[in-house]
Design a protein around this ligand. Structure first.
Ligand code: PRP
Ligand code: URA
Length: 218
């Protein structure tokens, strides 16, 4: 695996991953699990954030302390990335949240951007792109393209499940982006041969449609 891919083996993440994958997990529980997994992955993904030294006065003495030196942006890809915001935001309440709206065209599987309100100049130095599913990789690659064009210096992708195809696509297009995930699954579904087959481009075993499962649609 490329040295910028960080696959968590944290027991809490792996335990929650099995629960979120389960078809029997209803959508309230799905959202809770996604929030919790995102928080744990976010903790790991922020391990190397830059710090600057400060002074702090305790009730007893003055001492050395630290504060985050860089402005962080959380960038959820709508819709499914929304469920990852709260958990990580709790860890870093000073982070800005910038939404990018992208959906996959059902026929071509190509990403279609429909929402982007980034201001002209970048307001953050580090962006964490949030999306639970890295399938073909098209949505993640398109989002990183947008953030680089915006002028973001450092970008990390934080997801839950990747397909090998998506991982390859993101590493190839953006070898400078760290990728934090909980699992790399087996393959993507091929084009359906019969009406009872699942649609093309879903991660197997995966967890199904992450947007539908958290918002109760589909
Ligand atoms: C899902 C998912 C990712 C994308 C991954 O979004 O949340 O954004 O697919 O697929 P890719 O790696 O092949 O681009 P979807 O297109 O279903 O949009 P939605 O969350 O709005 O339903
Ligand atoms: N998007 C999802 O929500 N699930 C997949 O398996 C692939 C793309």
């Amino acid at each position: 695996m490329a040295d910028r891919v960080f696959m968590s083996n944290h027991p809490l993440i792996l335990h929650k991953l099995a629960l979120i994958r389960s078809a029997g997990t209803e959508f309230k529980k799905f959202r809770e699990l996604l929030r919790e997994i995102a928080m744990l992955l976010g903790y790991e993904a922020t391990r190397d954030l830059a710090l600057r030294e400060t002074r702090v006065i305790t009730p007893l003495a003055e001492t050395k302390g630290f504060e985050l030196a860089e402005k962080i942006g959380l960038v959820p890809i709508l819709r499914a990335g929304l469920g990852m915001v709260e958990g990580i935001w709790e860890l870093m309440p000073s982070a800005e949240v910038w939404h990018i709206g992208i959906y996959r065209d059902h026929k071509t599987l190509q990403p279609v951007q429909y929402y982007n309100k980034l201001p002209v100049s970048p307001t953050v130095q580090v962006c964490l792109v949030l999306d639970p599913m890295l399938a073909t990789g098209g949505s993640a690659v398109a989002t990183v393209n947008v953030l680089k064009a915006w002028g973001t210096r450092r970008i990390k992708f934080v997801g839950v499940i990747a397909a090998p195809e998506g991982l390859r696509a993101l590493i190839t297009a953006h070898p400078d982006v760290d990728i934090h995930i909980a699992a790399v699954d087996d393959h993507l579904t091929p084009p359906p041969a019969s009406p009872s087959d699942p649609p093309e481009g879903y991660i197997v075993p995966g967890l199904g449609d992450a947007g539908d499962r958290q918002f109760g649609t589909g």
